[in-house]
Design a protein around this ligand. Structure first.
Ligand SMILES: Nc1ncnc2c1ncn2[C@@H]1O[C@H](COP(=O)(O)OP(=O)(O)O)[C@@H](O)[C@H]1O
Ligand SMILES: [Mg+2]
Length: 362
């Protein structure tokens, strides 16, 4: 999958911008604060309707403007035109000029894998960050996953509201609660299986990528879930055992909404024992693996964005990483230090210099 053409109106610090991209490497360079991340962010937002910066949509709109628009022509089976329009009242998405009502029908079409310096949070921060990232990755692979997830979250919400209405002293049993719990378990199992399958695929390759970047060591992802080794009878019992606590707290304390991932490095938790460099390289190995899984499942490579990869990474590792990217992947690299990219790659690249909201092809 490749984005051939991009057209932007009033997105962040770009008032108007129109670019054609290379199907291979696209190098975007310039000083700090000129709009390099904004440019790749626009591609990301076009694909996923949300930013990796976690900000509200309103901030996409250029200061003092009312509406922003991102349009792109993507070569998939056909030449498909994608469009996203954001204004104060929300966002609209279109495919080939036809409005798509449900974002979930739009989101999994352009596949994208991104590395961003903040991704270190993926290892360091709370489980919700890892669940969010994993959800996004799997939804891009399997459209049905997002539907299951939305359904699961809705059911948990319903169960939680019901729990809050129960008087613990007068409670005996409730068919309604049993039905809700059973539905949660069935839907949760689907989410559990998808996540387990995905992490198994990651573990097939991530160690190998890490070794090619940094040298031999043992990197694995551990999937932690209340539904581990799923067994419906045992899980029903867990919900029963937890019921008193759930009623007191007014929430469902057991289920896949507590899932987590752990990066295990030579048997130890990378979060506690790994250096920043090891963590960064582990994330990159994870992303390269993600790309392979995309290719395997969707029969096409995703677009790969490396935002500010080079800072604090030594030249040797930069070369190793760049050499691991298949020539058939459309890659966007932003950097302040273009001299860190070796000549062999520069010769194959289209190069863009960014100057405060303007982009010049070099
Ligand atoms: N909604 C917006 N309207 C106008 N400018 C914006 C908006 N959002 C961010 N910016 C500007 O974008 C610039 C940062 O761009 P960024 O892409 O992060 O830079 P870098 O080249 O360092 O990656 C800042 O100057 C910031 O003020
Ligand atoms: Mg940046």
């Amino acid at each position: 999958m490749k984005i051939q053409h991009l057209k932007i109106l009033n997105f962040r610090n770009y008032e108007k911008l129109e670019l054609d991209f290379s199907p291979n490497y696209n190098i975007i360079y310039g000083n700090n604060g000129v709009g390099k991340t904004n440019l790749v962010e626009s591609i990301y937002v076009l694909a996923l309707t949300k930013s990796f910066r976690g900000s509200v949509d309103k901030v996409f709109i250029m200061n003092n403007k009312d509406v922003c628009r991102i349009e792109g022509v993507v070569s998939d089976e056909f030449q498909t035109k994608y469009k996203i329009i954001v204004n104060d009242s929300g966002k609209k998405v279109k495919i080939n000029d036809t409005k798509i009502d449900k974002l979930s029908d739009y989101i999994s079409r352009i596949s994208i894998v991104l590395f961003h310096p903040d991704d270190l949070r993926f290892i360091k921060d709370s489980p919700s960050i890892r669940r969010k990232a994993m959800n996004l990755e799997i939804s891009q692979l399997h459209n049905i996953y997002l539907k299951n997830l939305n359904m699961y979250n809705k059911l948990v919400k319903q169960r939680n509201s019901y729990l809050k209405t129960i008087n613990i002293n007068a409670y005996s049993s409730s068919d309604y609660l049993d039905v809700l719990t059973s539905k949660i378990i069935d839907c949760g199992e689907k989410i559990y299986q998808s996540r387990k399958e995905y992490i198994d695929l990651i573990n097939d390759k991530i160690g190998n990528y890490y070794n090619q970047i940094c040298g031999i060591s043992d990197l694995k992802i551990e999937y932690i879930s209340d539904y581990k080794d799923f067994d419906k009878k045992k899980i029903i019992k867990k919900y029963k055992d937890n019921l008193q606590r759930d009623i007191i707290l007014g929430k469902t304390t057991f289920g896949v909404h507590h899932d987590d991932l752990k990066f295990k490095f030579n048997g130890q938790d990378l979060k506690d024992y790994g250096s920043e460099g090891q963590q960064k390289n582990a994330i990159i190995a994870y992303k390269l693996t993600e790309i392979d899984i995309f290719k395997q499942i969707k029969k096409d490579y995703p677009i790969f964005i490396l935002d500010d990869l080079f800072s604090e990474l030594d030249q040797n590792k930069i070369n190793n990483i760049l050499n691991l990217i298949d020539d058939n992947i459309q890659t966007f690299i932003t950097t302040t230090e273009i001299d860190k990219i070796n000549h062999e790659i520069l010769e194959k690249s289209k190069i863009y210099k960014v100057l405060d909201g303007e982009v010049r092809e070099d």
